[in-house]
Design a protein around this ligand. Sequence first.
Ligand code: SF4
Length: 178
Amino acid sequence: MSMKIAIEELAGCSGCTIAVLDLHEMLLDVVDKADIVYSPVIMDVKEPPEGIDIAFVTGAVRNAENQERLEKIRRRAKTLVALGTCACYGGVSGLSMLHSNDEIFSYVYREVETVKPDGVIPTDVPPFLYRAFAVGDLTKIDYYITGCPPKETYLKQIIPALVSGDKLSLSRKSVCAD
Ligand code: SF4
């Protein structure tokens, strides 16, 4: 039976998922062994199914909906991988802590001309948590892949190894080396 893979999106820009898609033909080798069963960015599936083997989670936890989705994917996946700097450390979403919620909402819905011309702040936005969290602050994470987005060279080594169940052996490298 094929392995089931999911990619969950929390508070981020979807760039990490695009980085996975950018692996191009290498993905064909992955889908030979695994089915991608859930990804809000690349398929129209609203809920992660039960019985996921490996779930990648991108983005930080900034609001109550992010937290709920993180908890759900943790319950439904045997292995949970934090993918990208937002998920691993808070990243760009963490910068929101430099401003109050009122400042953020006012900027997004009133000041950015291209987004919300009527200036009305919607009332159905999920409430922010008191701070942004890395996913590992709130649940058990099995592997971390950093980078904004993660480097293709690492994804090409890590994803096939995870899917095949092979032992990972990455070279030691400074994050500043390249
Ligand atoms: Fe986007 Fe970078 Fe965050 Fe990935 S780590 S979701 S690319 S901002």
